[in-house]
Design a protein around this ligand. Sequence first.
Ligand code: FE2
Ligand code: FE2
Length: 407
Amino acid sequence: MLLIDAYFWQAFRININNRGKNYYLIPTIYWTFSVITIVATFYGFNNFQQPTMSVFLTSLRGLVFALFICKFLGILPLLIDDIIRIFKLIFQTVNGLFTDPIEFKGSPISRIEFLKRAAIVLAGLMFSTLSYGVLFGRYNFKKHRLKVRLDKWSKSIAAFKIVQISDLHLGGFGSVKKLEEAVKLINEEDADLILFTGDLVNNFYWETDPYIETLKKIKSKNGIYSVLGNHDYSDYTGINKKSPEGKKQWNDHLNNMIQMHKTIGFNLLLNQHKTITINNKKINIVGVENWGNGNFSKYGDLDLAMDNVDDKHPTILLSHDPSHWEEKVQKHPKKIDIQFAGHTHGMQFGIEIGKFKWSPAKWKYKQWAGLYSKGNHQIYVNRGIGHLGYPGRVGIMPEIAIIEISA
Ligand SMILES: [Fe+2]
Ligand SMILES: [Fe+2]
């Protein structure tokens, strides 16, 4: 971090050269702030798992994070310029061995000044945007409403309202009051069914503790069903599952997590299904453990979950990671009408204006936010209601999805 600060200073100081007697004031402020940033970052890392951290402290952590990212981006033009200069130097040296050095035309001084100023503008823009996302985006809950038709849906169940939330990441959520606001928005909908698609916590089941009473208030006419996400297994805590002691710790954590879902009134589906009956018509609700492409864990067992499922009834799947859809769900011999997923968070950064949406998340996930269909298969990817890492949201707001299902 200190290196990035020193490098960024090269760009920063060009803007304050020849400013007279206050010259020393600006470097002093710059470097004092840098040291505070570094100390705050270390404090942030050490206290990352405290779910009771105040909104003020988590916002401060977010601003420090934003400052770091903007400095990192700000040094990119300088790095490019330095790399070009190194190559020129090598070329000039090699060339000078055989002939007179070649003079490069143009003014390198003005170009480097331009790049340094560009670095400051780029960094400033990024810092303002990310700070705005911390202060105003983080809890700006947005309801996404849509209508979905399912072939096998009975006409006798008109306008069945599903409310889906995902990715609470309670370890960093930062505010019971804000979760109360979200629960109020959910309960306003008077949902027929509520689905939670994983990542309740960042690492440990006990991150839920301060939020238990709030989560218990969520109301649904036909129950709340949930699954686990990749963050719910304590896989990122450094527990060594290969040792007997580590395996026990990991299993204990999982059992506590299962118990926690019961405590908050969520029906956790672990590679299994439940059938609910509405107006004498059956609906299958299937839930798998986390299954993700690449390095993500593959505890999900769709075959096991679909065992004894009668797919002549509408079948809804809860599976945290949307990459499961193309890899396994569409290929399954039994027909799964719609998958509900989360996980991508829409990278918490992007643009959504009307039907247009863009986020860097699309480079990693083909299905990253909203409804997608292929043949007679559908998936809805929730943008998540919490946040991970960067405690803010720019463009892609925390989501409460309201899906009305009809025939
Ligand atoms: Fe997540
Ligand atoms: Fe996830």
